[in-house]
Design a protein around this ligand. Structure first.
Ligand SMILES: [Zn+2]
Length: 50
């Protein structure tokens, strides 16, 4: 999947959306604290609930 993805800063816990392309490795930094400890958050599938 390409397009927008959700990211979370491991340092301050700030979550933000950014463009994401799996073919391109981008070094991201947190817009809030400038830390580069940013991980992509995998969103839960909405169809999981019954
Ligand atoms: Zn941060």
């Amino acid at each position: 999947m390409e397009g927008q993805a959700k990211f979370k800063c491991l340092r301050c816990g700030h979550e933000f959306n950014d463009s994401y392309d799996p073919k391109v490795i981008v070094e991201r930094s947190c817009p809030k604290c400038k830390s580069n400890s940013v991980r992509r958050v995998k969103e839960a599938k909405e169809s999981a609930k019954s």
